[in-house]
Design a protein. Structure first.
Length: 348
């Protein structure tokens, strides 16, 4: 397409482009040819002095020129559509060509990789086949060792469970003993409360007696605490009653304090003994369990690492053999020549 046609094609409105395409389709010519013809007609009109308009011979010829113009527009439109379709077909063909080239490259790469995998698999297969019996015996010995280790660990755990159960029974006995002590202390507290109630009754009776004595005697008598004297004590003497009451108060206070101190001391000693025994049991169980667990984990890790390495080598060898077998039977591999000299005739 010339530069003149490109400029005209760029400047033409859409309706003119449609006419150019239509005319090109009807006349079965290219859009560039239609535009070139139209430009030549316009140039001839300018040269003849008609200002670029079609040269007509009269009023009847003017109608014919319009029809030709419409026909030209239709042909131009058809030409443009055919050019667009051709460009699309060309682009599609180029895309298909690029896809085919890419698929060809991928197939060649896969073939080269298959040959390399086949060589590796053959080498690994030769190495694995020479060590099959030895690996089988080692695997059986490892299985037996693991079974013995598991049985030993199970027996050890069973013994530890029984020891912990017996210790829990001992803890239950200690708890029952502490509960009995608490019950005994509670009964003593009840006795003390009953004595306190009796002392309160005695105090009320003493207050009533003091009131009667104050009413009967003109001189008030001091009711302050005095030292108890058994030789001067009589049931009718208010001084003796007060001394007896003070003595009972002192005895009960001392008894309460002793009971309270004994209970606190017993609770503290029981807690300390129980906590100490718990800590000993927990520390011993933790140390034994940690040591056994670390030994067991080390054995399992070593066994798993050795077994995994053997299984991985065997798996790679089997995969290589299967891949080599499948590639040797593939039609595309059978029809392509070998890429490397000296290789077995896999790709015949």
């Amino acid at each position: 397409m010339s530069s003149k046609v490109k400029q005209a094609n760029f400047r033409l409105p859409l309706e003119y482009m449609a006419l150019i395409d239509d005319f090109a389709r009807r006349e079965d010519i290219t859009k560039a040819t239609v535009i070139t013809r139209a430009l030549d007609c316009m140039q001839a009109s300018y040269d003849s002095g008609h200002g670029g308009m079609p040269v007509t011979g009269g009023s009847s010829a003017g109608g014919a020129s319009d029809a030709e113009l419409e026909d030209l527009r239709a042909k131009l439109k058809k030409a443009e559509e055919r050019a667009t379709d051709a460009e699309r077909a060309l682009q599609s063909a180029e895309d298909r060509l690029r896809d085919a080239q890419r698929q060809r490259d991928e197939a060649e790469n896969r073939a080269r990789n298959a040959q390399s995998d086949l060589a590796t698999a053959q080498a690994q297969s030769a190495h694995v086949s020479s060590n099959d019996s030895r690996r089988t015996e080692a695997a059986e010995e490892e299985v037996e060792r693991l079974r013995a280790l598991v049985a030993k660990q199970a027996a050890t755990l069973e013994e530890k469970i029984r020891a912990l159960a017996s210790k829990e029974v001992g803890y239950d006995d200690q708890a029952r003993t502490l509960a009995n002590k608490d019950a005994e202390i509670s009964s003593r507290d009840a006795i003390i409360a009953d004595r306190d109630r009796q002392i309160t009754d005695l105090r009320s009776q003493l207050s009533e007696a003091q009131a009667r004595v104050q009413l009967s005697n003109a001189n008030s008598m001091s009711l302050s605490p005095v030292t108890f004297d058994a030789s001067t004590f009589t049931e009718e003497s208010p001084v003796g009653a007060i001394s007896m009451l003070n003595m009972l108060n002192g005895v009960m206070a001392a008894f309460k304090q002793q009971v309270k101190d004994a209970r606190i001391l017993g609770e503290q000693e029981g807690r300390k003994a129980q906590q100490h025994e718990f800590e000993d049991v927990i520390n011993k169980a933790r140390n034994d369990g940690y040591r056994d667990a670390m030994t067991y984990l080390d054995d399992r890790a070593t066994t798993a690492r050795e077994s995994g390495a053997r299984e991985e080598r065997a798996r790679i060898a089997n995969i290589g053999l299967l891949r080599a077998s499948s590639l040797s039977q593939h039609p595309r591999c059978l029809n392509r020549p070998s890429f490397e000299a000296g290789m077995p005739g896999t790709f015949a």
